[in-house]
Design a protein around this ligand. Sequence first.
Ligand SMILES: [Fe+2]
Length: 170
Amino acid sequence: MSICRQNFASAAEKHLSEQINVELTAQYHYNSAAAYFDRDDVALPGFKKFFKKSSEEEGEHAQMLIDYVNKRGGVCEFSAIEAPPKWTGPLMAMEAALAMEMKVNASLLSLHKTAEDNDDAQMCDFLASNYLGEQIDGQKEIADLITNLKRVGGDNLGLFLFDQQLGSRA
Ligand SMILES: [Fe+2]
């Protein structure tokens, strides 16, 4: 039984565990996309690097939530992770990533609402400073990549150059 718990509603605690699952699902899906792009018959190292880095970031997002639940004197509940889609190509993967990020964002906004409804100022601050801004930056970044992938179309040299540029980013 926690002795540091204060103003932490069980609805907020439960909702944070659901968000942990959402972030871990994104981590798992992006890791499987990285594995797909690393196959010798796909061989797009820039995409592999992008998805590997994205996967690591999602893992950090999940870990920060886990640490936060414990800091508030709560208990994390872990549940099953949904299987990733079958990856079929760069555009499909980026479109799936954008759909995933929009799902994550909707889930974060709903989590923030739960914090507000329970007058939990600290949880609102935690979500706003660590998740909300970064989330829309990420969505814009993926949307830009999709626009350029569509511009490249079915051009093999275009895709080769796109992959190189993606791989050379920080
Ligand atoms: Fe995330």
